[in-house]
Design a protein around this ligand. Structure first.
Ligand code: GLU
Length: 289
């Protein structure tokens, strides 16, 4: 079976040099290996994703000379797949509703920090500080019936008890030079959000479900997602999904060494193109010339 690659942008802004690098690496790997390249539109965040950004993704990738298979998978059209996976995790007793608002969570973290630093996840966000896990089922039912908003969280301690010796095969490199067999540490993320009242999924859940459903065998993506792989591996094992290989690549940075963002104008593909840079010039800028 030919290897399967994917580029999975979110249509919440215009693509920049960092996206171009990731997309070109995927495209080149697919070509070198006689593999297939899929494009997935990660548009579950309805408040931030827009059709015009999706259209711009197709146009910019085509301009770069990248070809992908159709039909493109758009996550917003597959909510029932994510709901089914969430249901499986719930049946395992690994999911619970948490009703705190963001402001309440921030207050809880401040209160906990009175006794010393509260742990942060690999992205620097405080771990979930609440105790919704111990709320009685009657009280949960009452709160849900009252229409209160909630997040569905993974009971990380219980999930980790179900797996042993979790790791992944790293073909690229992590931010600290990690390679080959990398031990997964999902507990570093605490009780991550898997879904919300109004959205039956999250980044972690949908990426894992989609990579499996689409038969992706080698995931080529930026090192900013390296640590998230620990959560992805855990969900793959819990859901009985196949294990892909991972190839994390270094991030393209601006002159000050910052990670590029969708608002950093000077490195936007549109801006480079109107400044007369060619697709070959983009390859050179990202070191793939
Ligand atoms: N949609 C994610 C992003 O735009 C990428 C997801 C992935 O490659 O796993 O950052």
């Amino acid at each position: 079976m030919p290897p399967v690659f994917r580029f999975a942008p979110s249509p919440n802004g215009l693509l920049h040099l960092g996206h171009a690098y990731s997309a070109l690496l995927n495209f080149d790997r697919a070509r070198e290996t006689g593999g297939r390249l899929l494009l997935r539109i990660e548009d579950i965040d309805a408040t931030r994703c827009r059709p015009e950004y999706e259209a711009a993704i197709y146009e910019d990738l085509a301009w770069l000379g990248i070809a992908w298979e159709t039909p493109v998978r758009r996550q917003s059209e597959h909510l029932s797949d994510y709901r089914a996976a969430l249901e499986r995790l719930s049946e395992l007793g690994l999911v619970y509703p948490a009703f705190e608002s963001r402001a309440e969570i921030a207050r809880l973290v401040t209160a906990r920090e009175a006794d010393g630093p509260w742990p942060r996840d690999p992205d620097g966000a405080p771990l979930y500080p609440g105790d919704a896990k111990s709320v009685s089922s009657g009280e949960r039912a009452r709160l849900i019936a009252s229409g209160a908003p909630y997040a569905l969280r993974l009971d990380m301690a219980a999930a980790c008890r179900r797996v042993d010796g979790l790791s992944w095969n790293e073909l690229g490199e992590g931010p600290d030079g990690e390679r080959d067999t990398v031990p997964a540490r999902p507990e570093a993320w605490g009780d991550v959000i898997l879904a919300r009242k109004e959205t039956p999924t999250s980044y972690h859940l949908s990426v894992v479900v989609d990579d499996a459903l689409q038969g992706v065998s080698e995931i080529v993506r930026g090192q900013d997602l390296f640590h998230a792989t620990s959560v992805h591996r855990l969900l793959q094992v819990l859901l009985g999904l196949p294990e892909p290989a991972y190839r994390h690549h270094a991030l393209i940075r601006d002159e000050e060494g910052r990670k590029l963002s969708k608002s950093s104008r000077s490195t936007g593909l549109r801006e480079l193109r109107s400044a007369g840079i060619t697709p070959a010039g983009v390859r050179q800028l990202v070191g793939l010339g």
